[in-house]
Design a protein around this ligand. Structure first.
Ligand code: PLP
Length: 410
């Protein structure tokens, strides 16, 4: 796949140029809106998730923001799970508030909470498939059924478990990814993507979605559900591309798109190894006398076990959380003593990573909000890589021994 490292594209004639701008013909105009390398990435992730169309953007955060701004404005609301990434929480609780979009947070253990929080101004439901730190898999089918019932699209952030879960198979309507994580997989590029299943009938909900069903003054009065009907169920993605991406400019660079395409080629292989190694790490930590508790979907019981087994196919993911009996200081000492694990604010890398969320990724949340999202003061998060399992366990063992003074795993 070539990298189209270009800003703009030679038109065949003035007539051709005019047709492209008027959407009578789809084609490349300017890389802020469209680029062939970006398009190849969009086609591959669309195929991977079983969707109809996609828009690649410059970060996972941009994907989340745009997936909602494409259908919600001042005076509207969305209903979100409380269990979301710290950056998403900040976007929803603070930045969206300044834009007049209200976010109603609900507990995902009770799917009916989404129904109760819905009113005529609700434009979307939002959740993560496998949110850390709790690592409780979201009840996709249960909430999708409520979404279908009320005519609200369910947007799933599937960043933590590509390949393992395909949210569209369980009824979700839109998927977002931070491609920065497992899809890229090598810690070298920031990016995101929005995928539309093509299954949500925007025209049937004309009152709830005026942005897609009423004339858009920013595109000489186009009614999006009508204007691109001939092209298939692509109104949501085309509108995001030719209005929001045109105006806000969150385009992914062609080089980064190319890195993500490379990542997709080894994604299933890597996910398999992440899962295998993470399961072994979880079992090792569980047998260690210095460890208070281990959080891993493969160790869940009851309803959470049922959800993990229903939604995750081929493995329980690469993320493992744990807390040391000796508390916060021991947790920090553990991280400081790691030799092979990288201490970075990222996940989904081929290399093993560790972080203390309360003092880093979730630091900007209040203590109360940290607890609502599941971050306790002593919690350590591991993103288990694809190195040899002996190397991973050796590093964990020596760092734990230094942190807790010689207690050994069983
Ligand atoms: N969604 C999840 C689940 C994440 O973990 C992250 C980043 O950590 C994001 C979205 C945001 O992605 P990005 O860092 O690419 O903007």
């Amino acid at each position: 796949m070539p990298i189209y490292q270009t800003t703009s594209y030679q038109f065949d004639s003035t007539e051709h140029a005019s047709k492209l701008f008027n959407l009578e013909e789809l084609g490349n105009i300017y890389t802020r809106v469209m680029n062939p390398t970006q398009e190849a990435l969009e086609q591959r992730i669309t195929a991977l998730e079983g969707g109809a169309a996609a828009l690649a953007v410059s970060s996972g955060q941009a994907a989340t923001a745009v997936s909602i701004q494409n259908i919600a404005g001042a005076g509207d609301n969305i209903v979100s799970s409380t269990d979301v990434y710290g950056g998403t929480w900040n976007l929803f609780a603070n930045t969206f508030k300044t834009m007049g979009i209200e976010v109603r947070f609900v507990d995902p253990t009770d799917p009916e909470a989404f129904r109760r929080a819905t009113d005529a101004k609700t434009r979307a439901y939002y959740a993560e498939t496998l949110p850390n730190p709790k690592l409780n898999v979201f009840p996709i089918a249960e909430v999708a059924a409520i979404a279908d019932d009320l005519g609200v699209p369910l947007i799933m952030d599937n960043t933590a478990c590509p390949v393992l879960c395909r949210p569209f198979d369980h009824g979700a309507h839109i998927i977002v990814h931070s491609t920065t994580k497992y899809i890229g997989g090598h810690g070298n590029s920031i990016g995101g993507i929005i995928v539309d299943s093509g299954r949500f009938d925007w025209a049937a909900q004309a009152e709830r979605f005026p942005m897609l069903n009423q004339p858009d003054p920013s595109y000489h009065g186009a009614v999006w559900t009508e204007a691109v009907k001939e092209m298939g169920p692509v109104a949501y993605i085309i509108k995001a591309r030719v209005t929001l991406q045109r105006d806000l400019g969150y385009a992914v660079s062609p080089f980064n798109a190319w890195q993500f395409i490379q990542g997709v080629e080894t994604l299933p292989l890597r996910m398999r190894e992440h899962c295998r190694n993470a399961q072994a790490v979880a079992e090792y930590l569980e047998s260690h006398p210095a460890v208070e508790r281990v959080i891993y979907p493969g160790l869940h019981t009851g309803e959470q076990k049922r959800r993990a087994e229903t939604y995750l196919q081929g493995g329980m993911g690469g993320l493992v959380g744990f807390e040391l009996k000796a508390g916060v200081e021991a947790g920090k000492a553990f991280i400081d003593n790691l030799e092979m694990f990288y201490h970075v604010a990222n996940l989904g890398d081929a290399r093993s990573l560790a972080i203390h969320p309360a003092s880093t990724t979730h630091q900007q949340l209040s203590a109360e909000d940290q607890l609502r999202t599941g971050v306790t003061p002593g919690y350590v998060r591991l993103s288990v890589g694809i190195e040899h399992i002996d190397d991973i366990l050796t590093d964990l063992d020596q760092a734990l021994n230094k942190a807790v003074g010689g207690l050994k795993a069983a």
